[in-house]
Design a binder for this molecule. Structure first.
Ligand code: MLT
Length: 213
């Protein structure tokens, strides 16, 4: 059942005792909510705890994590504000639920992947790793953050009409310049996620995350 903390409606599900100790921060796409990605999180890493907030911005009733002026054109000021607000919520949730904040892994889709990327640029120490489905550049950072060695899985569709491929390539460039250990996977697909990509993300997680100390 959803709870509220720092104004964020969210779900928190504890992980398995003696499991990986990882908490997945699930970030939904436009029009989603705190329930949407839970089955995906369970599929990706069944023993992990789950923290799944609902975006606070409403676009004609569709929840989002930050405002946009048009499709793919972001309200920069709101994006920065919402990113800091989400980071603060995550810290409060760690205190409230007692999960290990050094083992927080973001899993975002579309708008949720974009705010996850924004968290990485503005709060480079918050996340331990990230799985980004259909992400684009949230903003051009003035300074390159230090993401040395951070594992990032980025799944992109060549036929995605919402996220232009060259924009995803630019995001990949920013993350690599920041030192992230990026695994960029292109598929000949559109915006919706495919089963094959979920399986690839699952494989990447089981290869990569157990190596996190
Ligand atoms: C965004 O607004 O974050 C992107 O255009 C993707 C989306 O609509 O969710």
């Amino acid at each position: 059942m959803s709870a509220e903390l720092a104004g964020f409606v969210h779900n928190y599900l504890p992980g398995e005792r003696d499991g990986s100790g990882i908490t997945l921060l699930l970030l939904h796409g436009t029009g989603g909510n705190e329930d949407d990605l839970i089955p995906l999180g369970k599929q990706l890493l069944p023993d992990a705890a789950i923290l799944s907030p609902r975006g606070k911005v409403s676009e004609h009733g569709a929840p989002r994590f930050f405002r946009r002026l048009a499709e793919g054109v972001f309200d920069h000021e709101d994006l920065l504000f919402r990113t800091h607000e989400l980071a603060a919520f995550v810290g409060q949730a760690a205190d409230e639920y007692g999960f290990d904040r050094r083992k927080l892994v973001a899993v975002g889709y579309s708008n949720g992947a974009n705010i996850a990327a924004s968290l990485m640029l503005l709060h480079p120490d918050l996340l331990r790793a990230a799985v980004l489905f259909r992400a684009m550049v949230p903003f051009e950072p003035e300074e390159t953050p230090d993401l040395t060695g951070m594992p990032v899985f980025l799944a992109a569709g060549r036929r995605d009409t919402m996220i232009p491929p060259d924009n995803t390539e630019r995001l990949a460039g920013i993350l690599q310049e920041a030192g992230a250990d990026l695994d960029l996977r292109w598929k000949n697909v559109g915006h919706p996620l495919t089963y094959e990509e979920l399986e690839e993300a699952r494989g990447w997680i089981s290869e990569t995350l157990p190596k996190l100390s």
